[in-house]
Ligand binder design. Sequence first.
Ligand SMILES: *Cc1c(COP(=O)(O)O)cnc(C)c1O
Length: 230
Amino acid sequence: MIKENYEKVKEKVIKACERAGRNPQDVTLIAVSKTKPLEDLREAYAAGARDFGENKVQELVDKMPEMPSDIRWHMIGHLQRNKVKYIVGKVYLIHGVDSLRLAQEISKEAVKQGVTVNILMEVNIAEEESKFGITTDEAPALAEEIAALPGISLKGLMTIAPYVTNPEENREVFAKLRQLAIDISAKNIDNVTMNVLSMGMTGDYEVAVEEGATFVRVGTGIFGERNYQI
Ligand SMILES: *Cc1c(COP(=O)(O)O)cnc(C)c1O
């Protein structure tokens, strides 16, 4: 089932690219495998998945050594500063950077390890109380502060759109994230690029692709419903 799901989602991403006149190679599907057992991840890997997303540091570092080494791991969840040291040098991209203090911690650990860490700033476009992320207004200043830190490279923006039943309701959210990336890009900040847009989940990834997503994060659509009570 996972193989079929994965292929179906990939196909829909390609179709969305065609509708938007985009190159499908510019969109990467991240298989969000949180709470799922290794056998499920292996099935997705066999179907072609090479980008996996997890939202808990412990789960991420537990799964990583059990899976093939050509996987690109994405930390998509809220990251606590005291956990930074466990993932720096191991993950491909940290999606949820939402404060200068967190960025400073990542920078400190990166310098210690002699690596450069790629990150995205998480923006709470819809300004939902329950969500992490900075506001649109705060983003440009934080980008400039992050740019000055060693060992850290800001590549773009990430957002978690509201839960909606009709994905069209989130089109504006995605369009706003893209516009914000354009605005920050126009500031020509050294050491900052805004080519990456991580947006879109199972319920709305096609709309996100139409609005410019370069990473979509799909869990349920590939692995099925999650059971948090295990
Ligand atoms: C769980 C999660 C996803 C995937 O959600 P689905 O609706 O299952 O596709 C995407 N992004 C983040 C940040 C998540 O925590």
